[in-house]
Structure formats: structure tokens, C-alpha cells
Design a protein around this ligand. Structure first.
Ligand code: HPA
Length: 286
């Protein structure tokens, strides 16, 4: 069933945009502005695409934006489906699976995340080196369709090492160009590598949970990305993950966490973030 659904979605997208698509990008909370950098884009609201659910979260637009950036064919998901919204994992994975069937080879997953590592402050970026799936479920649970991939996928390198290296190099050169030379503190604080821990949400964590996830090895906590990364790994799509650190996780500073703070930080880093994505695309998209 789900293969046919992904194929129907892919056919529909193809009927709206015929040129080659090499790379898909999923934009996280507060990071949707990147889609505006694509000129002459074709926009498809999710409700028009067979099988796609609607995005119900504030700060998520709910459409595909498809076009070219520096000669690279990209399909951008402006708004994603989260498990906490009540969708089942088939619905959460459907967009990435349909991109895979469209022939997309590379995937860039972005998200807003809370830092559990006091070295990573709000406004910095974290290149995901690995993840902890603490969603309480594996999205591939259930019958396996071999046309997507194997029953027991290898998870040794979910996030492509070469892509991590490229993202790191490009982030460092942006930092060097933008910040005064010699101000190494800012330069090292802007870009990090770390482990993303996915939680089902929709509550933010308690301070005790934050301590627990930190002890388990998490550098950042969030409510997305891992189901899509697993779907991509299953299909052999090369994946890069970037977290925008929007806040220190609960209990690390005085006061609570709210969604508006999360979206504001996204907007604050948007310019640098967009520049980074464009540079990465130029290197991986061809
Ligand atoms: N926890 C979980 N998800 C998040 C957070 C957080 O602190 N910030 C942004 N997304």
C-alpha cells in the first residue's frame, strides 16, 4: 500500500515539474524562508498531492517548492509532518519516499532543536553526526516492501560522512568571511557536530529528562528528522542533517521554553543558514 502511495505522490509531483531533481531539502520550524531563494519555483500545496497529510504546526507552511538553484534541481519541503501531530509513521515518511521514487539522490534534513550541550548556544548550527531514536517506535516497523529497501537496514552511517565534511567546511568559510578574523570564539561557536536525539513530543522535556538524554549521549533534542533519515537510509538516499539550535534545553537556564522563541531564533539565523544551504547544494547537487 505505502509503495503505491509514494509512487502516486511521485507521479503527481512529476506531472507538475518534469526536469531532473537531484536533491530534496526539508525545512524545519522557523527555517522556511530558504524556499524563497528559488526563482521561478513551482509550488504545490500538500493538500493537492495524493496521500500527503496537511501540516498543522504554526511556522510550517505546508507546500513543496520545486525549481533550480545554480543549476541544481531541488524539491523543498516547506513544512513537514511530525509524529506528535498524530500522523502515523507512513505519513511522516511519505514525502521522503516519494522524493526517492522521483530519483532524488541527496537529502538535506533541517530542524530546530534544543541544546543539551552547554558548548552549543542558541543561534549556532549543529551538523548531525548520528542520532538517538527515542521516539518510542521505529518508523519501519511493519511489513517491509523490498522496493524501498531491505528488512534490516544498516544504520552505521545514516548521515553521510562526506556531506558532513562539506557542510562543516562551508560553515567555517562563512564564519571566517562574516566574523572579524581572529575572533575564534565566535567562529568555533557558530558550527558544531553532534548527536541529535529525537523525542515524540509535543511537550518539551523536563529538566530531569534533559539530564538523562545528555547522559545517553545527546547534544541536541528535537521532535523530527529521525523518521525521515531512516526512510532515506532505507532507500539508499545520501543524507545530511543540520539542526538550528534555537534554545538551551529545559533546566539549563532559568525560565521555560516556548515555540515563539524557537521560531524567532530560526528567523535570526535565516540569512546565514540560507547561504550555507546554497553553498552545500553547489557542492553536492551535481
Ligand atoms: N526540545 C525539543 N524540541 C525542540 C526544542 C527543545 O528544547 N527546541 C526546538 N525543538
Amino acid at each position: 500500500m505505502s509503495y503505491e502511495q509514494a509512487a502516486a505522490a511521485a507521479d503527481f509531483i512529476r506531472s507538475n515539474y518534469a526536469a531532473e531533481l537531484s536533491t530534496a531539502i526539508v525545512l524545519g520550524s522557523g527555517l522556511g524562508a530558504f524556499a524563497e531563494t528559488i526563482k521561478n519555483a513551482v509550488r504545490i500545496p500538500y493538500e493537492k498531492i495524493p496521500g500527503f497529510a496537511r501540516s498543522t504546526v504554526e511556522g510550517h507552511a505546508g507546500q513543496l517548492v520545486i525549481g533550480e538553484l545554480d543549476g541544481v534541481g531541488v524539491v523543498v519541503q516547506q513544512g513537514r509532518f511530525h509524529y506528535y501531530e498524530g500522523y502515523d509513521m507512513q505519513q511522516v515518511m511519505l514525502p521522503v519516499r516519494s522524493f526517492g521514487l522521483l530519483g532524488v539522490k541527496n537529502l538535506i534534513l533541517t530542524n530546530a532543536a534544543g541544546s543539551t550541550n552547554s558548548d552549543m548556544t542558541p543561534g549556532s548550527l549543529m551538523i548531525i553526526s548520528d542520532h538517538l531514536n527515542c521516539l518510542g517506535v521505529n518508523p519501519l516497523r511493519g511489513p517491509n516492501d523490498e522496493r524501498f529497501g531491505p528488512r534490516f537496514p544498516d544504520m552505521t552511517e545514516v548521515y553521510d560522512r562526506e556531506f558532513q565534511e562539506i557542510a562543516h567546511q562551508e560553515a567555517e568559510s562563512i564564519a571566517r568571511e562574516r566574523f572579524d578574523k581572529g575572533r575564534d570564539a565566535e567562529l568555533t561557536d557558530f558550527i558544531h557536530r553532534g548527536i541529535y536525539c529525537a523525542l515524540s513530543g509535543p511537550t518539551y522535556e523536563t529538566p530531569s529528562e534533559v539530564r538523562m538524554y545528555r547522559q545517553l549521549g545527546a547534544d541536541a533534542v528535537g521532535m523530527s528528522t529521525v523518521p525521515e533519515a531512516i526512510a532515506a537510509r532505507h532507500m539508499g538516499i545520501r543524507t545530511l542533517g543540520i539542526s538550528c539550535i534555537t534554545n538551551l534545553a529545559a533546566g539549563m537556564v532559568e525560565g521555560g521554553i516556548n515555540h515563539y522563541e524557537v521560531m524567532d531564533t530560526g528567523a535570526r539565523v535565516a540569512e546565514v543558514f540560507n547561504e550555507l544551504l546554497i553553498r552545500i547544494l553547489k557542492r553536492i547537487g551535481h
